[in-house]
Ligand binder design. Structure first.
Ligand code: GLN
Length: 310
C-alpha cells in the first residue's frame, strides 16, 4: 500500500462516516445516551507502532470486547483443561444474551456470549478468589495489555446492574447446573464491572496486537499470556466473536474479532495487527455498523483475510 497509514486510515474514516444506519443500544440506560456520531479507528502493528484517527482518545465502556481478555486471563490462571470444563468453544448461532447451554454438558457454548462470559469471569484469579479479586484481576490484566492504568465506569456499571434481569437469569441457570458456584448476583455484578472498564480505540489496538503477537506486548516485550493462550483466545474469537454473525463475518472479513454493545470492535490478526474501532450505532446483531464496514475495508485494501494465500 503506497498511501502512508495515517492518511489511509483517515480516508477509510471519511468513507464510513456517512453510514448513519443502526441504533445505539438502549437496554442499558447509560448506553442509550451515548453520542451516536463518535467515531475512532486505531491500528497497531506487532512491532509496536500504533496509528489512529478520529475520536481516538474518547473512552467508552469495553462491554463484550472484554470477553476475550477475560477468557485469556482465566486460561492463564486456571489452564486450558480446567477452563474447558466450564466453557466450550463452539459457535452458538444465537444472540449474545440467549438463555441456552450445551445440551449434555450444560456448559455455555463459548466464552463470547454472556452465559460463557459470566462463567469465565468466575474463574478469574484462581481457586478461592473473592469477587473483588476477580474484578481486580481483569482490571489489572486489561491495564497491562493496554500499557496504562484503566478504570471502571461506575455509572455504567450501576446502570447495567439495575437492569440485569437477563444476565441474572443466566447466572441462576449456570448455578442450577453447577457450572458456577457462589452467589449469582455477585457473579453478574463482577461480570458487569468487567464490561464497564473504560478503553479507547488505541487501547484496543494495542491489546489486539498483543494477542496477535503470541501474547507478547508489542511495545514493552512483556510476555503477558503464553502463545498457547493467545492462540486459544483468537480461535474462540474466530469461532464466535461476532455472535450469530460470526460465519458471515469470517468469510467476508477473515479477522478474529470481538464486538460489544457500546459500539467497540476489536480485531486481532495473528502475526500482523491489532485493530480497535468505536462507533455506537449497532446493527440487528449488536455489532457496530461503521466498525464492521471499517474492518471490511481494511481487510480488502490491505489483504488481511486469514484464509487468503499470499
Ligand atoms: N454488558 C453487556 C451485557 O451483558 C455486554 C453485551 C455486549 O456487549 N454484547 O449485556
Amino acid at each position: 500500500m503506497r498511501t502512508p497509514v495515517p492518511e489511509y486510515l483517515q480516508e477509510v474514516l471519511d468513507d464510513c462516516v456517512g453510514l448513519g444506519e443502526g441504533a445505539v443500544a438502549d437496554y442499558i440506560p447509560e448506553l442509550a445516551v451515548a453520542d451516536p456520531d463518535v467515531f475512532g479507528i486505531a491500528l497497531s502493528t506487532v512491532d509496536g507502532r500504533t496509528y489512529s484517527v478520529g475520536d481516538d482518545e474518547r473512552e467508552f465502556s469495553i462491554q463484550s470486547v472484554s470477553k476475550p481478555f477475560a477468557y485469556a486471563a482465566a486460561l492463564t490462571d486456571r489452564g486450558l483443561q480446567r477452563v474447558a470444563q466450564t466453557v466450550a468453544v463452539e459457535p452458538s448461532g444465537e444472540a449474545f444474551d440467549e438463555l441456552s447451554l450445551e445440551t449434555d454438558s450444560h456448559r455455555p457454548k463459548n466464552p463470547m456470549i454472556n452465559a460463557g462470559a459470566i462463567a469465565t469471569h468466575q474463574l478469574l484469579g484462581g481457586e478461592g478468589a473473592s469477587p473483588t479479586d476477580r474484578t481486580d484481576r481483569i482490571l489489572e490484566f486489561c491495564s497491562r495489555l493496554a500499557g496504562r492504568q484503566l478504570s471502571i465506569d461506575r455509572s455504567v456499571a450501576a446502570s447495567e446492574l439495575a437492569t440485569a434481569d437477563r444476565n441474572l437469569a443466566l447466572a441462576h441457570l449456570l448455578r442450577n447446573y453447577g457450572v458456577i458456584d457462589g452467589d449469582a448476583h455477585e457473579a453478574v455484578s463482577g461480570y458487569i464491572d468487567q464490561c464497564s472498564i473504560l478503553v479507547t480505540v488505541r487501547d484496543l489496538g494495542i491489546m489486539g496486537a498483543t494477542l496477535a503477537n503470541a501474547g507478547a506486548h508489542p511495545v514493552t516485550g512483556e510476555q503477558i499470556v503464553s502463545p498457547a493462550v493467545a492462540r486459544q483466545t483468537l480461535s474462540a474469537m474466530a469461532a464466535a466473536g461476532m455472535y450469530d454473525g460470526a460465519g458471515t463475518w469470517f468469510s467476508e472479513v477473515g479477522i478474529p474479532a470481538k464486538s460489544g454493545v457500546s459500539g467497540g470492535l476489536l480485531g486481532s490478526l495473528p502475526g500482523q495487527v491489532g485493530i480497535g474501532v468505536f462507533s455506537p450505532r449497532l446493527d440487528a446483531k449488536g455489532n457496530s455498523v461503521r466498525a464492521v464496514e471499517v474492518c471490511r475495508r481494511l481487510s480488502a485494501d490491505m489483504g488481511l483475510h486469514l484464509m487468503e494465500a499470499e
